[in-house]
Design a protein around this ligand. Structure first.
Ligand SMILES: C[S@@+](CC[C@H](N)C(=O)[O-])C[C@H]1O[C@@H](n2cnc3c(N)ncnc32)[C@H](O)[C@@H]1O
Length: 370
């Protein structure tokens, strides 16, 4: 994936030769200095630092709280049911592959390890190994404290190219946290959005041939000013995932849209949003580093790229419907006993259209190796 944690960004800030650089205490100050020196930069570079600067990024220093006391909810923060349903799916995958001994559940975007803990406790003594893809050592430390010896780690997907040979990959809200490029339709052509030292957007040429290639796929009959995100990191990510050695399945849950939905006039300002204390707005260049920045992912483009890389679409649906189907055998097995109130509440939150059931979508891909 195109994400890095520790300064792989181009050196925007030239070290001063005669005076020590002033000690800067906030990300806006650091970015301001960089943007003054280097000139306007693509939004993706600013977003990368806002989220992943090791000291000042929203996700850099270590896992923040998610849930009621954090800035946003996720299906994981709703309670352990999401993990329990995914554990059921993992067992089905393991059985479908003939119960191979090296079958491994692989999670990326594991944050504080809550989902891993939920999946593992639902599995009990059953065998699958659990592997977390985690590039940030501070997150790895937090996950290790919570999960102990049953889990192993790799730093990137490229480390999975030699094994394990069988697996079930899962992620919740991962590609929505990748830095995106922004492009705007000016009435006659698409232009990329850069950020200047005053933290204003300015238009410019495409920052890379990869952005230009993606823009070629966009329509040109939109209203002037229509803004869209280009998630190049998501494309790199799915290519790397397709190259991993394991045979099995991939489960991706995230909020997202189909390509056509992005072009509606009602979405003319794009889907990029910032979140703080459960408030959401479009002021994405304010309080950089202190707020989560996130986008809806383009499932059409993700599925297209996945299939191009040899993965096969098995299921793609609203989270409510897909989890409902997944839960059916378990719900039937409980007939007559009923669900306890807490589990019922979690099931409703995960599946009801008014909560997470409609805004989230789930994609299951088959991963075979010929
Ligand atoms: C929106 S949070 C979701 C956390 C968790 N999956 C949940 O559902 O509660 C996104 C997470 O993805 C992580 N992340 C972003 N890029 C990553 C990468 N390349 N590898 C692993 N984790 C990554 C961030 O650190 C953050 O913990």
């Amino acid at each position: 994936m195109g994400k890095n944690w520790a300064g792989k960004l181009p050196a925007l800030h030239k070290p001063r030769q005669f005076f020590p650089a002033p000690r800067m205490s906030s990300l806006p100050e650091i970015l301001h200095e960089q943007l003054l020196t280097a000139g306007p930069q693509p939004f993706a570079q600013v977003m990368e630092q806002a989220l992943y600067h090791p000291e000042h990024g929203y996700y850099g220093p270590g896992p923040r709280r998610i849930g009621r006391q954090g800035d946003f909810f996720t299906s994981v923060s709703v309670g352990p049911l999401f993990g329990r349903l995914l554990a059921m799916q993992a067992v089905q995958e393991w059985q479908a592959l003939g119960e191979p001994g090296d079958f491994t559940i692989i999670e990326q975007g594991a944050h504080d390890g809550q989902l891993a803990e939920d999946v593992l406790s639902a599995l009990g003594d059953r065998p699958p190994r659990y592997l977390i893809v985690e590039p940030n050592p501070r997150y790895r430390e937090a996950q290790a404290q919570r999960l102990g010896a049953r889990v192993q780690w790799v730093g990137s997907l490229t480390e999975l190219q030699t094994g394990p040979q069988h697996g079930f990959f899962l992620c919740n809200e991962l590609p929505d946290a990748f830095p995106v490029h922004l492009v705007r339709w000016d009435g006659g052509r698409w232009r990329e959005l850069y950020v200047d030292a005053a933290f204003q957007f300015v238009e410019g040429d495409f920052s890379s041939p990869e952005v230009a290639v993606e823009v070629e796929k966009l329509p040109t009959d939109l209203q002037t000013g229509h803004t869209l995100e280009i998630n190049l990191a998501m494309l790199v990510w799915i290519r790397e995932l397709a190259q991993a050695a394991f045979r099995g399945a991939i489960f991706i849950a995230d909020y997202g849209l189909d390509a056509e939905e992005f072009f509606a006039d009602t979405r003319a300002s794009g889907t990029i949003r910032r979140y703080r204390q459960h408030q959401m707005d479009g002021k994405v260049l304010e309080d950089l580093g202190d707020c989560d920045l996130t986008t809806h992912i383009d499932f059409t483009r993700l599925i297209e790229e996945a299939c191009r890389q040899g993965l096969k679409q098995r299921e793609y649906d609203l989270q409510g419907r897909l989890l409902g189907r997944l839960a059916l055998p378990w719900l039937k097995s409980l007939e007559g006993q009923g669900l306890d109130a807490a589990t019922m509440r979690q099931f409703q939150s995960l599946t009801h259209p008014a909560f997470l059931g409609r805004s989230f979508r789930c994609l299951v891909l088959d991963k075979s190796r010929e």
